[in-house]
Design a protein around this ligand. Structure first.
Ligand code: PLP
Length: 405
C-alpha cells in the first residue's frame, strides 16, 4: 500500500472541504497537519496526567514528568543522539537559534565572525544580526550559485581564523536544496569553529543522525514534523553544552540558589528555565514514534516521488518558472515556483478556490528573494499523506491560471 493510502485515514483534517472542494494540503513546510495519534496523545495527557513537572511528588506530577522525559528519549532515538542530556526542549527552531546565539555569543569578541548563507530563513539570520550589532561581530554570508547551491569555494574564502560559528540550513525552505552539511561540519570542526545546523526542513523528511553528522548544535520544530506547535528541539553536543553558560534564567534550570548567585542544574534542564511545553513535548514524542514506525527511508522515497512529479508537471507549463535544484534526489519536499502574470499572493488565492493550500510570499527569506530578483514565490510542499493525484490537480489548477488573467 502506498504511504499516502496508509496514512490518510490518520489525518482528520483531510476530511474537510475547502470552498466546496476536498482539501489538498500542500503547505506542510510552513506547518504540517497532525495525525490522530498525536492529537490523542495530547488529549490523553490533559485528560489523565496533567500537572507541573520535576517538582510535584504527587502521582500526576510524576506521571507528567515521566511523559515529558519519555518524549525526550523518543526524540533522542529519532535523531540518533548519543545522550539524552543533549536534547533541550525549546518553543521551536527560532527559539532554539536565539538561545544558542545568546549563550555562545556572550563569549564572542568584537571582530569575531559568524558565517551564514544567502538561503537562510530569517530565524537563522536575525538572531545573528542582533549578536553582530550587540557585540560588534562581523556577519558574512555564503553566496548561492546556479540552481541554488552553496558556493563552497566562497565559503572557504570567507572562513578565517576569526570565524567563531557557522550557521546554515540543512534543507532550504524555498529552494529545497539539501546542503552538504557533513562536509561543512567537518570543515568547521577541523578549524575549531562552532557550527549550528537548522534542521527545520530536514528532520520531517530525511533520516537525520546527529551523532554521525556531529554538529555542535542542530535545531528543529515539532509543528513541521506532524507534532504540535510550541515545541522545538535544540540538540547540543554534550561537551559543548557542558561548557556553556545558560542564556536565560528562572526556575528549573538551577540546583541551588542564593540571593546573589546560583548553581546551574544538570543538562539538559540547565537550558530549560520555567515550566516547559509539556503537552506539546508529549505530542512531539507521539509524532516521532509515528514517523519512526513509517520509516524515514520510506517517507523520503514517497516525498521524492511527489517532488519529481510536481517538478515534471509544473516544469512542463510554459508560464511557470521553477526555483531550486531540478533533481528531486538532492532536494527536500518543496517546489517553489512563479506563474507568469501572477503575483504569488493572487495565485495562491485562486488555487485556494480549488481547495489547494500552498504558501505564497517571501517565505521568511527576503535576502534570498532579493538575490533571485523576485518579490516572492508560490510554494508547494509535501508530507506523508499527499498523493500523486493531488499534484495532478495542482498542475491543472496552475495551468488554468493562464485563462484567468
Ligand atoms: C528552514 C527554517 N528555519 C527556521 C524556521 C522557523 O521555524 P519556527 O517558526 O517553527 O521557529 C522555518 C520555518 O518555516 C524554516 O523553514
Amino acid at each position: 500500500m502506498s504511504l499516502a493510502l496508509q496514512t490518510r485515514p490518520d489525518f482528520p483534517i483531510l476530511e474537510r472541504r475547502v470552498n466546496g472542494r476536498p482539501l489538498i494540503y500542500l503547505d506542510s513546510a510552513a506547518s504540517s497537519q497532525k495525525p490522530r495519534q498525536v492529537i490523542e496523545a495530547v488529549k490523553l495527557y490533559y485528560e489523565r496526567s496533567h500537572a507541573n513537572v520535576h517538582r510535584s511528588i504527587h502521582t500526576l506530577g510524576e506521571e507528567a514528568t515521566a511523559l515529558l522525559e519519555t518524549a525526550r528519549d523518543s526524540v533522542k532515538e529519532f535523531i540518533g543522539a548519543e545522550h539524552r542530556e543533549e536534547i533541550v526542549f525549546t518553543r521551536g527552531t527560532t527559539d532554539a537559534i536565539n538561545l544558542v546565539a545568546q549563550a555562545v555569543g556572550r563569549a564572542f569578541a568584537p571582530g569575531d565572525e559568524v558565517i551564514v548563507t544567502e538561503m537562510e530563513h530569517h530565524s537563522n539570520l536575525i538572531p545573528w544580526q542582533i549578536l553582530a550589532r550587540d557585540r560588534s561581530v562581523k556577519l558574512k554570508a555564503v553566496p548561492i550559485v546556479a540552481e541554488g547551491f552553496l558556493d563552497l569555494d566562497a565559503f572557504d574564502r570567507l572562513f578565517t581564523e576569526r570565524t567563531r560559528l557557522v550557521a546554515l540550513t540543512h534543507v532550504s525552505n524555498v529552494l529545497g536544496t539539501i546542503n552538504p552539511v557533513g562536509k561543512i561540519v567537518a570543515r568547521c570542526r577541523r578549524a575549531g569553529s562552532l557550527v549550528l545546523v537548522d534542521g527545520a526542513q530536514a528532520v520531517p523528511h530525511l533520516s537525520v543522525n546527529v551523532a554521525r553528522l556531529a554538529p555542535d548544535f542542530y535545531v528543529f520544530s515539532g509543528h513541521k514534523m506532524l507534532g504540535p506547535t510550541g515545541i522545538g528541539v535544540l540538540y547540543g553536543r554534550r561537551e559543548v553544552l557542558e561548557g556553556l553558560e545558560p542564556a536565560w534564567g528562572g526556575g528549573e534550570m538551577i540546583k541551588e540558589v542564593w540571593l546573589d548567585r546560583a548553581q546551574w542544574n544538570e543538562l539538559p534542564w540547565r537550558f530549560e528555565p520555567g515550566t516547559p511545553p509539556i503537552a506539546p513535548a508529549v505530542g512531539l514524542g507521539a509524532a516521532v514514534e509515528y514517523l519512526g514506525k513509517l520509516g524515514m527511508e520510506r517517507v523520503l522515497a514517497h516525498e521524492q516521488e511527489l517532488t519529481r512529479l510536481c517538478l515534471d508537471r509544473l516544469g512542463a507549463l510554459e508560464e511557470v518558472t521553477l526555483y531550486g535544484p531540478r533533481n528531486p534526489e538532492i532536494k527536500g519536499a518543496v517546489v517553489a515556483f512563479n506563474v507568469k502574470g501572477w503575483h504569488p499572493h493572487d495565485g495562491a488565492a485562486l488555487l485556494d478556490q480549488d481547495g489547494i493550500a500552498v504558501r505564497a510570499g517571501h517565505h521568511c527569506a527576503m535576502p534570498l528573494m532579493r538575490k533571485l530578483g523576485i518579490v516572492g514565490t508560490l510554494r508547494a510542499s509535501f508530507s506523508v499523506f499527499n498523493t500523486p493525484e493531488e499534484i495532478e490537480v495542482l498542475a491543472r489548477s496552475v495551468a488554468n491560471l493562464k485563462f484567468q488573467l
